[in-house]
Design a protein around this ligand. Structure first.
Ligand code: FAD
Ligand code: UDP
Length: 368
């Protein structure tokens, strides 16, 4: 008999939900993380009374009432609605692409006029079946929006030509013919009152956790502590990069405290032109309607992941998706290890999807 049923590597949402659910079932869990805190990428750091989203802006949204009720059982959520602005060469546009954007771009005032304008631009391109992000974007919104609001941002974010990226990435963004600046189509949305750490604290309450422990530094010893390992780190690293390295996008965050109470008047402003090196500027207090005297802003600079950086986004292009399939096969053949979450499943998961994935995994194990 080993001391724990589960050793959970990674205290992000996947690890925390898995640990919570299994503990509820009477299993003994140990959660470790190599960072000096719990929470993975949703972790917030308090500065000047403001919750700073240390690893990038996080807005919770879902259509699934069960998941919404689940997170609300740990912490109350506020009514924050994400409505970012795009700054292109000094002019502001509303996002996602909606009647406000179309009015700002072309002066069109009715959905009929907007649809006609887009159709005129889409028809001349004659794209039958979009094969990549560029073709997908062009056939959804036409050339003007693609050139001003998509191409520069996308190519900075991914460090690749939009023609080399999968179409599904752009399908995340709504296109709508109403004057509605809500970035998401989901029914439920908000930010935990008091920040994401409250959600993580709720999930991990009463569970043994250890930070500053890198699994690979003491793998043998850690493996000996539990019957099963739940691994939420990089899948290629787990297998010692034996088929080659998967590509990830990383980010560099430049945080700044300003002696004014309101800098940009909105939580998120995207910079969509190619020659500004950051993709977005976040003003954290606006996620929680903060009234503090100072403000904290963060510029987000995308870069290719290399050893020592934080891997944030899987690059789900053809080459990497094929490589991932090799690792996935190996993972399926590895006994007593469960691979889950954004890095181990190499999937562009949002928070609600990661929670859903962890809950499904637990259910499957319990049904077996
Ligand atoms: P993570 O949170 O990455 O957790 C994995 C953990 O494993 C990390 O803490 C890591 O330190 C640890 N770990 C890795 N390797 C080891 C090791 N060898 N030893 C010990 N520990 C290890 N989703 C939304 O729904 N809305 C948003 O607005 C949103 N915005 C985002 C913005 C950015 C910039 C990013 C990067 C993501 C965003 N997401 C958003 C996605 C969201 O962050 C993820 O869906 C979710 O946090 C993933 O949880 P996870 O547990 O899979 O991974
Ligand atoms: N995107 C864009 N312009 C924008 C915002 C997003 O072209 O102003 C594209 C870009 O390719 C990005 C994708 O839409 O990677 C998804 O955007 P989202 O805001 O969902 O990205 P995330 O929050 O995951 O970084």
């Amino acid at each position: 008999m080993k001391k724990h049923d589960y050793l959970i590597v990674g205290a992000g949402l996947f690890g925390a939900v898995f640990a919570h659910e299994m503990t509820k079932k009477g299993k003994k869990c140990l959660v470790i993380d190599k960072r000096n805190h719990l929470g993975g990428n949703v972790y917030c750091e308090e500065k000047e009374g403001i919750n700073v989203h240390k690893y990038g802006a996080h807005i919770f949204h879902t259509n699934d009432k069960k998941i919404w009720d689940y997170v609300n059982s740990f912490v109350e959520f506020n009514r924050y609605t994400n409505s970012p602005l795009a700054n292109y060469k000094g002019t502001l546009y509303n996002l996602p692409f909606n009647m406000n954007t179309f009015y700002q771009l072309w002066g069109v005032k009715t959905p009929e006029e907007a649809k006609a304008k887009i159709k005129e631009q889409v028809d001349v391109l004659n794209i039958k079946k979009p094969k990549n992000l560029e073709e997908q974007a062009l056939s959804l919104v036409g050339t003007d929006i693609y050139e001003k609001l998509i191409k520069g941002y996308t190519e900075k974010q991914w460090g690749r030509k939009a023609t080399e990226l999968p179409a599904f990435i752009i399908k995340r963004l709504p296109v709508r013919f109403t004057f509605d600046n809500n970035y998401f189509n989901d029914t439920y949305q908000g930010i935990p009152v008091g920040g994401y750490n409250k959600l993580i604290e709720g999930l991990l309450k009463g569970i043994e956790t250890k930070t500053n422990i890198d699994y690979f530094q003491e793998k043998e010893n850690l493996d000996s502590l539990a019957e099963t390992v739940v691994f939420t780190g990089k899948i290629d690293e787990y297998f010692n990069y034996q088929f080659g390295k998967l590509a990830y996008r990383s980010l560099q965050f430049e945080h700044e405290t300003l002696e004014i109470d309101n800098y940009q008047g909105n939580a998120v402003v995207n910079y969509t032109e190619a020659n500004i090196p950051y993709t977005r500027m976040i003003e954290h207090k606006h996620f929680e309607f903060g009234k503090q005297a100072k403000t904290i802003i963060t510029k987000e600079y995308p870069k290719e992941w290399k050893q020592g950086d934080e891997p944030y986004y899987p690059v789900n292009d053809d080459k990497n998706s094929t490589l991932y399939q090799q690792y996935k096969k190996l993972a399926a053949e590895t006994p007593n290890v469960i691979f889950g979450g954004r890095l181990a499943e190499y999937k562009y998961y949002d928070m609600h999807q990661v929670i859903g994935s962890a809950l499904n995994r637990v259910k499957k194990i319990n049904d077996e």
